[in-house]
Design a protein around this ligand. Structure first.
Ligand SMILES: C[S@@+](CC[C@H](N)C(=O)[O-])C[C@H]1O[C@@H](n2cnc3c(N)ncnc32)[C@H](O)[C@@H]1O
Length: 249
């Protein structure tokens, strides 16, 4: 939800805070550039109430040690990580459709966490867990190598200005780290409505030695991915939507 110019944002100093991990080859850099800007977001009364009542049940605190998926979800099942779930509508729909898999959603945005908690409760979906923290640090410190069945990154913040491209999530260092966390045979699925970000995604994912494209370039939209709010906005603006699906080799 960040199209704000961080150069004008008082929170900009937080953008280069130290990250905790030193375990090579997973270290992005001792200090990494944030893909988001912290800001207080307005929460509706319903989202606030969902956080107050249900955070303990469905959300996990960030920790600098590996997550045990079986313990977290109460069952052994393939685990999919979603980075930046926004308001969580896609997360909840996919988790309901794919009830035999676990979904770990990571998001920094307060209102988004509240919105997904509300959806979980209203729909009775039980295979979602939330971590409210920077996904880069979550992947570095909580996700074991070769452990994920899949990764979803849908409509990540495009950071359209050239000088902000360094804030984009899909960049070589983060994708190398992420690929190392996916099991052989697992997948990463990205989607964007920004043409030049789609080109960057294709280049970065194609350049990662642990990944292989499932298609010649862009993929047809998989049936399980519903249309999101950001996608609807992109379509309204006349943007083309591009999906990319790569497998971990
Ligand atoms: C443009 S929104 C897209 C939301 C959703 N995926 C969709 O398709 O509607 C991108 C989201 O990614 C989140 N985000 C950006 N960088 C993140 C990070 N490093 N860790 C966790 N969430 C992040 C933002 O807070 C924002 O909600």
């Amino acid at each position: 939800m960040t199209i704000a110019d961080p150069d004008k944002n008082a929170d900009n100093n937080a953008a280069t805070q130290a990250s905790a991990s030193n375990d090579n080859p997973d270290t992005l850099k001792a200090r990494h550039i944030r893909s988001f800007v912290h800001r207080r977001s307005h929460m509706t009364p319903g989202q606030k109430q969902a956080v107050e009542l249900h955070m303990d049940k469905w959300a996990l605190p960030y920790q600098a040690s590996l997550l045990d998926y079986e313990q977290t979800f109460g069952r052994a099942a393939p685990t999919i990580l979603e980075i930046g779930f926004g308001m969580g509508e896609t997360t909840q729909k996919i988790a309901q459709l794919r009830a035999d898999e676990n979904f770990l959603g990571v998001e920094v945005f307060n209102a988004g966490v509240g919105a997904l908690l509300k959806r979980i409760e209203e729909s009775g979906t039980s295979n979602i867990r939330i971590i409210q923290h920077d996904a880069v640090e979550v992947v570095q410190n909580m996700i074991a190598p070769d452990s994920l069945a899949g990764v979803h990154i849908y409509f990540p913040d495009p950071w359209p200005k050239k000088r902000h491209h360094k804030r984009r999530l899909v960049r070589p260092d983060f994708i190398a780290l992420l690929a190392s966390r996916i099991k052989p045979g697992g997948y990463i699925h990205c989607a964007t409505d920004w043409e030049d970000y789609a080109v960057q995604m294709l280049e970065v994912l194609s350049g990662e030695v642990l990944l292989r494209n499932t298609c010649a370039d862009y993929a047809p939209k998989p049936d399980y991915r519903p249309q999101t709010k950001f996608e609807t906005r992109g379509l309204r603006l006349g943007h083309g939507i591009r999906d990319l699906v790569f497998n971990r080799i």
